[in-house]
Design a protein around this ligand. Structure first.
Ligand code: TEU
Ligand code: CA
Length: 579
């Protein structure tokens, strides 16, 4: 099959699983592969077509498995390679495809390649990572090779006493960046991380930080954008480097032998021209990418958590949606739709409301309706289908938050401000609103202790107390639940896939700060989507986009078919022919 005919993944909905927090099968408090296996029928019942399993490889878990020490082994608390083989075939038996997470910008510092690389300057694998000598100030103080900041704070360079050089780590010091300039390394990497699992039958990969493999030659300093900080965000120098497309071409040659699909994470890439180089079918690089425009809404511009809750207005959100939707208009490219993943706080808490149970349920359904009507491959994150929320304000950063990014940021603010109460309270509010932790809590299965996630005494991370009423068991038989609504929306999306999955997106009310109206177009088919992002009634009339004004309301998160104003967090889809 050529990539331009309709491959399976275009109309697919993918369900993302975070192994540590999905389901614990043996009571040790850590989710595992057998836990996933035991819930495949549940996953199937939602109506999804594929799962994406976050890193389940062997790892010291400094960054929750994004620090891989062996691509060909499974992290023992999660299970074994044989368990993975069983999971792959159990998925396939049910007609579910399975994607793994391909994390190849860096490895763990415990990977044997890095152990060899750091053992001496003359080791044959020395050049498999990015080593540089120190720079020295006029007063003889040792300095890293450049001023780049790591994503998790501090310099992106780590001094190695043993060989007296620095190595580069864009993420934490335990995640050294691989040197993609070294061809031998690349081929060993493709073999170990890709072929090993493709040979076992996986259907594709979510590709971590896919645009950072090629860095700007010479690794120069980045211009100082924030003079108050020693280390600067250097994204323009380590994203989308000159050899990126050559490397992806090499990878694609292997992936296409297996017909594998890829979805690459494409941060810091905003212009359509740049994105199209990754996702146009003709370019043969990646099947699709995750753009960050939508999930970055409300982030601080330099530091993500340097912000306050809800520091955004609806037009910005709409522009972000538009920038991902427009990728397929008049091109051969493909796109994705998502509001959550393991790096994002919960969408209801960010874009809806959980002030009351009624508001949570209403806004959760409105967001489901939005996602179901966007073009591209749809990704749903575990717990999103039952409308899980952020952890409450009562949670303590030092005790209940586990993510290295959250903890490092909070510590940075404490240190920088001398523990200033106003500044630390602001940082805490930002984390309560945006931290990655909110997605990483135990999945809420039922109202038994720890949300039914584990039968053990203590989960690795605390469950959110609202599991007593927000859980799979409650919502499954309840026709009015967020879960039941998601199931309906996924069916509706399939039933109208031309216009909902493949249609061109046109924004109708950009300046409106309360409602979001857009049109989807496919041939002469039209779908009008109307969403109220507030608790208050908002004026609305079906605009003159349909032939003879004829349109059928095919979906809503309210039962009665009212034509007038949009009620509290109401969402509607109307279908008709072009005027
Ligand atoms: O995230 C990479 C990524 O693009 C970061 O810039 C992201 O914005 C980060 O989470 C900062 O908030 C991937 C994984 O999804 C993430 O979980 C890992 O921590 C990271 O790569 C390192 O492998
Ligand atoms: Ca377990």
């Amino acid at each position: 099959m050529t990539i331009t005919e309709h491959p399976w993944w275009k109309t697919a909905t993918v369900y993302q699983i975070y192994p540590a927090s999905f389901k614990d099968s043996n009571g040790d408090g850590i989710g595992d592969l057998n836990g996933i296996l035991s819930e495949l029928d549940y996953i199937k019942s939602i109506g999804v077509d594929a799962i994406w399993v976050c890193p389940m490889y062997d790892s010291p878990q400094v960054d929750m498995g994004y620090d891989i020490s062996d691509y060909e082994k499974v992290y023992p608390p999660y299970g074994t390679v044989a368990d993975m083989e069983r999971l792959i075939s159990a998925c396939h038996q049910r007609g579910i495809r399975i994607l793994l997470d391909l994390v190849i910008n860096h490895t763990s510092d415990q990977h044997r390649w890095f152990q060899e690389s750091r053992s001496s300057i003359s080791n044959p694998k020395r050049d498999w990572y990015i080593w540089r000598p120190a720079k020295y100030d006029s007063d003889g103080t040792r300095k890293p090779p450049n001023n780049w900041r790591s994503f998790f704070g501090g310099s992106a360079w780590q001094w190695d006493e043993h060989t007296q050089e620095y190595y580069l780590h864009l993420f934490c010091a335990e995640q050294p960046d691989l040197n993609w300039e070294n061809e031998e390394m690349r081929h060993a990497l493709y073999q170990s991380s890709m072929r090993f699992w493709l040979d076992k039958g996986v259907d594709g990969f979510r590709v971590d930080t896919v645009n950072m493999y090629s860095k700007v030659p010479g690794l120069p300093d980045t211009p100082v954008t924030d003079p108050n900080q020693e280390w600067q965000l250097a994204a323009d120098l380590f994203c989308n480097g000159p050899r990126m497309h050559e490397f992806l071409g090499e990878m694609n040659a292997i992936l296409s032998e297996y017909g594998a699909m890829t979805v690459g994470e494409l941060p810091f890439t905003k212009t359509v021209e740049k994105v199209l180089k990754y996702v146009s079918a003709e370019a043969r690089q990646l099947s699709m990418t995750f753009q960050f425009d939508v999930v970055d809404t409300g982030f601080g511009t330099d530091l993500k958590y340097d912000t306050t809750p809800r520091a955004w207005k609806l037009p910005e959100f709409k522009d972000a949606v538009f920038s991902t939707q427009r990728l397929i208009t008049g091109t051969d490219a493909w796109t994705t739709a998502f509001l959550e993943n393991h790096d994002q706080a919960r969408s209801i808490s960010r874009f809806g409301s959980c002030a009351t149970e009624e508001l949570r349920s209403r806004s959760g359904k409105m967001l489901a309706l939005l996602l179901a009507s966007l073009s591209g491959t749809l990704f749903v994150y575990q717990g999103q289908e039952i409308g899980m929320t952020n952890a409450p304000e009562s949670w303590k950063i030092e005790e209940d938050y586990m993510d290295i990014e959250s903890r490092n940021y909070f510590q940075y603010v404490v240190d920088k401000t001398g523990n200033d109460p106003v500044e630390t309270a602001r940082a805490k509010a930002a984390l309560q609103h945006l931290a990655r932790d909110h997605a990483r809590v135990p999945m809420q299965w039922d109202s038994s202790p720890h949300a039914g996630f584990t039968t053990g005494k203590k989960p690795w991370m605390r469950a959110i107390d609202n599991y007593t009423h927000i859980n799979v068991q409650n919502q499954t038989p309840d026709k009015q639940s967020v879960l039941s609504f998601w199931k309906q929306m996924l069916q509706l999306r399939k039933a109208h896939q031309d216009v909902l999955v493949h249609g061109d997106f046109q924004m109708l009310d950009r300046e409106n700060e309360e409602t979001f109206l857009f049109l989807k177009k496919f041939g002469s088919q039209r779908a009008l989507v109307a969403l109220n992002f507030t608790e208050h009634e908002q004026p609305f009339e079906v605009p003159g986009v349909f032939e003879n004004g004829n349109a059928v309301r095919i979906a809503s998160n309210y039962d009665d078919d009212v034509k007038g104003p949009l009620r509290c967090f109401e969402g509607r889809i109307y279908l008709g022919m072009a005027a």
